[in-house]
Design a protein around this ligand. Structure first.
Ligand code: PEP
Ligand code: MG
Length: 605
């Protein structure tokens, strides 16, 4: 008698990645094959060019209809917005005109032209070190793939994961993630992606635990394998043992209870136990993130990064476009204010419509932000005119990025007044009084904050850049990233000085850098005197929970102790010790994990 063939025993594997949506999930893998579309390359006869362009238009139309059909099945909210963004990308003149020009000039088939164009757009976006733009490169790729499938007459299979699946993919397209609404997906694993990828945004919006950046994970897993996604400790276990499954089931329950507890308070005001209000607002870069602001209990928007409006297009946004966009956002966030930061381009955030005139050796110290806006004064004035007009529809605030001194500020304020004069001259209705504030991102600005404060209505500390410039570390560099520390004594002193200047001039001071999103640092910031924090929408409930459970006295005492520390490490020890005493459950549920403090988060000292 011969033995029946034994299934090959594949070993247990564990991996570490980036946790972009917290939680613990257990399920069976549903692997989405990397879809690579074969792209034919043929020359076409000159007289067939118009017909070929017609095929291209028909494929675009079909793609639009398919996205529309997916969108129609969904309730309003982020999902629809993301599909809308894809549909807008389809209308992008860059995609259309470049593809048509290629078909016409190179006399090639539509497939080849589409593939070339999407590769070019992706390469351009992919070169930018800012994570957001790299993610948009993936989106363009997904869209190109769909158009190519339609040109080939093949239907792109839509997702249908069985109940309680863990999705495993190279990356998920916006159309994929949109179909997850109402599903019972327990987790998401992708090979690429980061905090701002659509997969991450959607996973957070749907509260599905997700770990990304797991290189070649689709090769480790097969559909049907058991998978554990521990997006609290950035761990993934493929084919776990029975004991591990048991352990993680309990962990998943504990996490769900914690979440439910936190969510209970999301709509309550962020008031400390001794009655002090710490305003929590949201950071937004994409129109599709706007619905999440209200959903997570943020009081409006503390930082709207308008530079994304200038990307991936051939012409700059007009006054009218700024006006309409800002009006929509204000209406969605009413009655709370929305702070629009004027375009902060240059350095790692590049736009073809706001180019830097010369290549620079040190772009982070060069023509970026306000300095670039002065070079493109007409675009800046158009944006300000649009915003001043939109301010008739709600509490709008204008925020100027990377101000480094009093004269620069005066020039920027003069430009705002010049835009207002243009509106008066044109007879266009606009708000008379719009608060204008500045970002404090340069050490020089923090040091002279008392001088600058006398000229503005509010100040917002951009700790991402303030840390970069104060400690002299490129915020994108992996080599020197270990020096990047919000608890560096120099940073804490600068923040205190800005708060002091704000108090003296009776203007609000907020923090809108990533520092505000970490529960440990948010606690210290409130203790240093910051009364407004702005962070990604999904992070708001956790920070609110900590603020509501703390007293101002307690946070002051902590900040005073931390301020005396002579090194970031010493400061961190103090914060972690207190955090362990006061909020052990937050540490157990991931506070500090993303920044690599797992040992402390897991309870080590
Ligand atoms: C900052 O620098 O902290 C900030 C909020 O601006 P950005 O990250 O967009 O440079
Ligand atoms: Mg900045």
């Amino acid at each position: 008698m011969t033995d029946a063939p034994r299934p090959e025993l594949r070993p247990r594997v564990d991996r570490k990645g980036k946790a972009v949506s917290p939680g613990v999930g257990i399920g069976t893998a549903y692997v989405i094959e990397r879809r690579e579309v074969a792209v034919p390359h043929t020359k076409i006869d000159r007289e067939l060019i118009d017909e070929e362009i017609g095929r291209f238009h028909a494929a675009l139309k079909l793609t639009k209809e398919q996205l529309e059909a997916i969108k129609a099945k969904l309730p309003s909210g982020e999902h629809r917005q993301i599909l809308k963004a894809q549909q807008m990308m389809l209308r992008d003149p860059d995609l259309r005109s470049r593809t048509e020009a290629k078909i016409r000039e190179q006399e090639i088939n539509a497939e080849w032209a589409v593939a070339q164009t999407t590769d070019e757009i992706r390469a351009r976006l992919g070169e930018i070190s800012d994570e957001y733009f790299r993610e948009r490169a993936f989106d363009v790729g997904f869209l190109g793939e769909r158009v190519l499938m339609n040109l080939a007459g093949e239907a792109l299979a839509e997702l249908s994961p069985p109940p309680d699946s863990v999705l495993v993919a190279h990356d998920l397209s916006p159309a994929d993630t949109a179909q997850l609404h109402g599903s019972t997906v327990q987790g998401i694993l992708t090979e690429v992606g980061g905090q701002t990828s659509h997969s991450a945004i959607m996973a957070r919006a749907l509260s599905i635990p997700a770990v990304v950046g797991l290189e070649a994970v689709t090769e480790d897993v097969e559909t049907g394998d058991m998978v554990i996604v521990d997006a609290v400790h950035r761990t993934v276990i493929i084919r776990p043992t029975e004991a591990e499954i048991e352990h993680y089931r309990r962990e998943a329950e504990r996490y769900a209870d914690f979440e439910a507890e936190i969510q209970k308070e999301h709509a309550l005001p962020a008031v400390t136990s001794d009655g002090e209000h710490v305003t929590l607002r949201a950071n937004v870069a994409l129109a599709e993130e706007v619905p999440a602001v209200r959903k997570h209990g943020a009081e409006g928007v503390g930082l709207y990064r308008t530079e994304y409006l200038f990307m991936n297009r051939e012409d700059a946004p007009s006054e009218e476009e700024h006006y309409r966009m800002a009006k929509r956002v204000l209406q969605a966030c009413a009655p709370y204010p929305v702070t629009f930061r004027t375009f902060d381009l240059g350095s790692d955030k590049r736009s073809a419509v706001v180019p830097s005139p010369v290549p620079e050796a040190n772009p982070a110290l060069g023509l970026r932000s306000m300095r670039l806006a002065f070079r493109h004064r007409e675009l800046f004035l158009a944006q300000i005119r649009g915003l001043l007009r939109a301010a008739l529809h709600g509490p709008l605030r204008i925020m100027l990025p990377l101000i480094s001194g009093a004269e620069e500020l005066e020039s920027a304020l003069e430009a705002v007044e010049a835009a207002r004069d243009q509106l008066v001259e044109a007879g266009l209705a606009h708000a008379e009084k719009v608060p204008v504030g500045i970002m404090i991102e340069v050490p020089a600005a923090a040091i002279i904050a008392d001088t600058l404060a006398s000229r503005v209505d509010f100040m917002s500390i951009g700790t991402n850049d303030l840390i970069q410039y104060t400690i002299a570390i490129d915020r994108e560099s992996e080599e020197v990233g270990y020096l990047y520390d919000p608890l560096h004594p120099a940073i804490l002193r600068l923040i205190s000085a800005v708060c002091e200047a704000g108090r003296a001039h009776e203007i609000p001071v907020s923090v809108c850098g990533e520092m505000a999103a970490d529960p440990r640092y948010a606690w210290v910031l409130a203790g240093l005197g910051v009364r407004e924090l702005s962070l990604h929408p999904a992070g708001v409930p956790v920070i609110k929970n900590i603020i509501r459970a703390s007293s101002i006295d307690e946070m002051h005492a902590l900040a005073a102790e931390v301020a005396k520390a002579s090194s970031p490490r010493e400061a961190r020890k103090i914060v972690m010790r207190r955090m362990k005493e006061r909020f052990p459950e937050h540490l157990e549920h991931g506070a500090g994990v993303e920044s690599g403090d797992e040992e402390s988060a897991a309870g080590g000292s």
